[in-house]
Design a protein around this ligand. Sequence first.
Ligand code: IPM
Ligand code: MG
Length: 369
Amino acid sequence: MHRIAVIPGDGIGPEVIEQGIRVLTRISQKLGISIEFTSFPWGADYYFKTGEVLPPDGLKQISQYDAVYVGAVGDPRAPRGLLERAIIGGLRWDMDLYVNLRPMKLYNEQYCPLKKIVPSDLDILVVRENTEDLYTGPSGFIKKNTDDEVGFGTAFYTKKGVERVIRYAYDQARKRKKKKLTLCDKANAVQAQEIWRRVFSLVGQDYPDVEQETIYVDACAMALVRKPQQFDVIVTTNLFGDILTDLGAELCGGVGLAPSGNIHPGRFGFFEPIHGSAPKYAGKKKANPLGAILAGGMMLEYLGADAGPASSPQGETKKGGLAIESAVAKLLRTGTLKTLGTESELSTDQIGDLVLEQIESYDSPIQSF
Ligand code: IPM
Ligand code: MG
């Protein structure tokens, strides 16, 4: 039995999560896995009603579950960043979920804005550091609201923090066909990032089978657009990872498609589409739920990661995750969706139906996928 805490959140969050839960429920029935969802109402409405973003023991409650499934958080009526920092940041930082795993896969060239790029050219796994950098360093304002005001923030990188995420990325690269890891930083201009270079080559000594490459973030942005074939796994800082994965998601058809996992390996994980709450589309059923559905698949893969024999419940769970990805991949290959954004000409629920159809069309989802 997998116990999942669900935070549907704000804007389009609840709509996309609803489709994700439909798909997870169906796949679990097919495979005989049992998943129990418990919903937490946190987000803007809860904040305006109660005056608090989370109950004081909110994160503690959440930590009792096996994983968390999040729609999207953020609302223009709330103070900027308050909800995001408390909920998304709270989960990532307070629960020390140091890996932000962001696969960027092109499933059908029809959705790629680049010329002459085919799916085999664009299959990149971004491993984003998720607990340090400008996001969590000391920051604030001095002499606020005066002419002499100063805004400041601090980027910081601990050796332990850098090492654990780099090691995780090497392990991921080792498992893939290309076996290549690229470190993306800005160590020429941001001196503190030299620590990434040193740790990268030190840890790299344990991975002689993995091809190792370094690139500055500006050149990386350029190369992603010019020659995405160059990349396999990319490991990068928190802020650069945020930016590069929006770029990467667009290369694969749009942020509506991109899933992510926030993970402390062996301990805890929370899974979400990388898109935001898109308030202007809230309630319109125009949002593409595929990112949320794929995030649900990643969650199952994570829950089944310590799989025993394939017949064990964990083995089925992992298969369920792979089956969800395959169902989405098959749907995208049909080209039924005009775009992967809000102009797909299909409603959020209809896209959910199409994924379910793909799942139904396999008697034995596993072998055939
Ligand atoms: C993301 C988002 C968040 C981030 C925001 C909501 C704080 O953009 O997950 O990519 O910057 O990490
Ligand atoms: Mg982002």
